[in-house]
Design a binder for this molecule. Structure first.
Ligand SMILES: [Zn+2]
Ligand SMILES: [Zn+2]
Length: 333
């Protein structure tokens, strides 16, 4: 998106159904212009689900969105985060501070909080994954140069006051919301489900436009965990999905199936790429799966995603890792 166009993006609020408001907040990411936070009526205040990313001026966007629906930060009685990515947790610190509320989030948030505590170690780790995947030194050096000193979009680290795990409910005027642990996109991911109205707050687990992302290296099998989470959410029979990006949508089952199909398609493409010939690096596998070679914009995302499929195949006894610098992969058959 052009810089001038991006600058016009501002926080916006709108009522979705009585007692639920969508707060659409701008993001600085190419191709992902905004994210959603959700305000839910709860007694004399609101439950806020997710926060938007922390950037200069970002809290004003949230306040503007709230103001459009006649709400204020001071109305927040509880902040719940669907997961610890910066666009969903980044502003937790100033919100908790201003509202004097608790933060509830899943305990497996180290994928973000540990990285934010030690950005240099996180960058070094990311570079090592890329090197092991076969990315040459020169682009790695340029990437490291660019990333140095860049923030994580996190205003400050706040530990959850309560763990959002299975069995926990969040009370609201619409009735209780039940927590479902849905790792895959991120180890800390949860969905919230209101069973009487069949409303699902899906975070980034289910989006209107199918888009796969996994945090690599924190759990044994992110792609497998994501598939299990899709099964779990599919069983809920939600009627309306309030997702972390984009407009609310109704065909929840169709979206679950589209995600599952794409994961299986990509796993099959990765399996195909290592089926014959010499063992291959992740960088060599990527073009066969996505139809184009790695580029600086997509590199980190696609390396992680492809590695997750390889690890998934390895655990199923269908792929074998050939140790070395870089690491190569081949069919285990
Ligand atoms: Zn996310
Ligand atoms: Zn997101």
């Amino acid at each position: 998106m052009a810089e001038a166009e991006r600058k016009r993006e501002v926080g916006r609020g709108e009522r979705v159904i009585p007692g639920v408001w969508r707060l659409r907040l701008p993001l600085p990411w190419p191709g992902v212009p905004h994210c959603n936070a959700w305000a839910i009526a709860a007694g004399d205040g609101i439950v806020l689900v997710d926060t938007g990313m922390h950037e200069p001026g970002s809290l004003a966007h949230l306040e503007r969105a709230l103001d459009q629906v006649h709400l204020k930060l001071e109305h927040v009685r509880l902040l719940a985060c669907t997961h610890a990515h910066s666009d969903h947790y980044g502003q937790a610190a100033p919100i908790v501070d201003r509202a004097g509320c608790e933060l509830w989030m899943h305990p497996n948030h180290a994928h973000m909080t540990q990285a934010a505590q030690d950005p240099e170690a996180a960058l070094a780790r990311r570079l090592e994954v890329a090197r092991q995947s076969g990315v040459p030194e020169e682009p790695l050096r340029r990437y490291a140069e660019q990333r140095k000193g860049q923030g994580f979009g996190i205003a400050g680290l706040v530990e959850p006051d309560r763990d959002l795990v299975e069995g926990v409910t969040i009370d609201s005027d619409l009735g209780p919301w039940h927590v479902y642990e849905t790792p895959g996109h991120a180890p800390s991911h949860v969905c919230l489900f209101q069973p009487d109205r069949r409303l699902l707050i899906s975070g980034d687990h289910l989006l209107g436009r199918v888009s796969l992302y996994y945090d690599y290296g924190w759990t044994p099998d992110p792609a497998g965990e994501f598939l299990d989470s899709l099964d779990e959410v599919g069983r809920l029979d939600a009627r309306l999905c309030l997702s972390g990006h984009g407009k609310p949508f109704t065909d929840v089952r169709g979206h679950v199936e589209a995600n599952r199909d794409l994961v299986h398609e990509r796993i099959a493409a990765v399996a195909q790429a290592i089926a014959t010939g010499e063992p291959r690096t992740v960088v060599e596998i990527v073009p066969e799966v996505y139809g184009e070679p790695l580029n600086p914009m997509t590199a980190s995302w696609r390396l992680s995603e492809t590695l997750c499929y390889l690890v998934h195949l390895e655990r199923a006894g269908r792929a074998r890792r050939v140790e070395g610098e870089p690491e190569r992969w081949q069919d285990a058959g």
